[in-house]
Design a protein around this ligand. Structure first.
Ligand SMILES: *Cc1c(COP(=O)(O)O)cnc(C)c1O
Length: 464
């Protein structure tokens, strides 16, 4: 064996030097083995300390990529990258209760016969949407696919305004979803202007459906027009074709009652205006788990559920439990006790008081700490241009770049996320749970260093 290869330490030696990694041991072993294998084929072998540094970095990457709670200081309430709506504690508890035991998922306890899945939650959702029936699938994209498959079966053409051919987040483009569902896209109007006459002129023997997609993650302003929902649904009815709306967010609350927010159409309102079906996400402004909810006419909902493809899109018992608990909370009050809704309703005064408490505790850190007005967003593709007044804690480190501070906070335990603006790192308190305030303080102290603690540590040493 060459000297070069003999210099490579053994797996056991490396493992010992790495110490406790807070990761499953076989995973650590796998990373170490693969790494040592790799450097065997390299021209030059890194020295022992280099090896440790590189392995520590690889293991840290594994640790931070593990799914874990993070503190959301971005001010974006429904943040898709951060798992959208946090669940209410009661809802999370329901998942724990039903997940760890057997349930009546598909049994009718009265007759003892096999029962329908999700019957109860469908009933509650139908009540909330003031609809004849409802069904639940994995997400809103799946709901849309089912709906399109149904309407495109006989007559494949789906009419949609060019202003609504949108992309929602990564990899969800309305035209692509339409095509994978077997529907044929029939675009009408222009990006900013679509008239009732445009829709009317496009209806032909092959038309199965008029689809309206809520312009969720952007807003057009200026010379913009599209026909009212009631006009479109009347047109569809007169021509014997379907009218469906993909609502995206699915707010159950009157968003216009929150200062700074415009009105967001509710599923019930869309159905009242004549849509035969509406679909929306469970984890956006609805405030529950990931799901796609379809509500509307009973005959159509039945048809969706009869599609063999429905089987591939159905939710599991954990999601159904969470959705059931969320829907019951929605049913209980007009301002449901769900975190996303509660965050929307937090007052600037309360946020200001929390910010003052935080700043006080941070008086010893090596940074300038300011309280500033901020602007929160609903996110999740709802009300894209609406801003809610908020309060941010601004951190200006004395001897650290803002990007470095952001990265250190992001990779800490728990990770803290904020944003950089106007020469400071900002944490919007609207999306931070009050019980996380102490964690934010601890994270900032850990990253910035706390003069008060350093001094007191020194004092202790001196006493001894
Ligand atoms: C978010 C959104 C979707 C996708 O919803 P998922 O539940 O993530 O599948 C579809 N349509 C609109 C209009 C949306 O805003």
């Amino acid at each position: 064996m060459s000297q070069r290869l003999r210099d490579i330490p053994s797996v056991e030696k490396v493992l010992q030097a790495l110490g406790e990694q807070n990761l499953p041991r076989p995973l650590v072993l796998g990373v170490v083995r693969r790494y040592l294998q790799e450097i065997r084929s390299n021209e030059t072998v890194p020295n022992a300390s280099q090896i440790l540094v590189e392995l520590q970095a690889a293991l840290k990457k594994a640790r931070t990529s593990r799914l874990q709670p993070v503190i959301n200081g971005t001010g974006i309430i429904v943040h898709t990258n951060l798992g959208r709506s946090p669940l209410a504690a009661k809802v999370a508890q329901k998942i724990a209760e039903t997940g760890a035991t057997y349930t009546n998922l598909e049994i009718d306890l009265e007759s003892g016969e096999r029962g329908g899945r999700a019957g109860y939650v469908e009933q509650v959702l139908a009540l909330l949407c003031e609809s004849e029936a409802a069904a639940v699938v994995n997400n809103c994209a799946a709901a849309l696919v089912l709906i399109l498959r149904h309407f495109a079966r006989g007559k494949p053409e789906v009419i949609i305004s060019r202003g609504e051919l949108v992309q929602i987040g990564g990899g969800f483009r309305i035209p692509e979803i339409l095509e994978t569902s077997g529907a044929k896209l029939r675009e009408v109007g222009t990006t900013n202007q679509t008239t009732l006459a445009d829709y009317k002129a496009a209806i032909g023997a092959q038309t199965g459906l008029i689809l309206k997609v809520h312009q969720s993650n952007f807003r057009m302003a200026g010379f913009v027009a599209s026909p009212a929902r009631a006009e479109l649904s009347a047109l569809a009815r007169a021509n014997g074709i379907g009218y469906v709306e993909d609502l995206g967010s699915g707010a159950m609350i009157e968003t216009e009652k929150i200062p700074g927010l415009p009105h967001e159409p509710t599923p019930a309102e869309v159905l009242r205006d004549g849509a035969e079906l509406v679909c929306f996400s469970g984890d956006k402004l609805f405030g529950g788990p990931q799901a796609g909810i379809i509500a509307g006419q009973r005959r159509l909902v039945r048809a969706m559920k009869a599609d063999p493809f429905f089987r591939a899109l159905r939710c599991d018992k954990l999601i159904l439990s969470a959705l059931q608990a969320t829907a019951e909370i929605c049913l209980a009050a007009p301002n449901p006790a769900l975190p996303a809704v509660q965050m929307l309703n937090l007052s600037v005064k309360d946020l200001q008081a929390r910010a003052e408490g935080l700043t006080h505790q941070l008086s010893g850190v090596a940074a300038q700490i300011n309280i500033r007005p901020g602007q929160s967003e609903t996110g999740g593709g709802a009300l894209p241009d609406a801003r809610i007044d908020s309060v941010v804690v601004e951190v200006k480190p004395r001897d650290k770049k803002l990007e470095e501070l952001a990265a250190q906070l992001r990779t800490g335990t728990p990770p803290v996320l904020g944003y950089i603006a106007e020469g400071g790192f900002r944490i919007d308190l609207r999306t931070v749970f009050p019980e996380q305030d102490t964690l934010v303080v601890a994270a900032l102290k850990a990253v910035l260093g706390d003069r008060a603690e350093i001094v007191s540590r020194r004092e202790k040493v001196e006493v001894r």
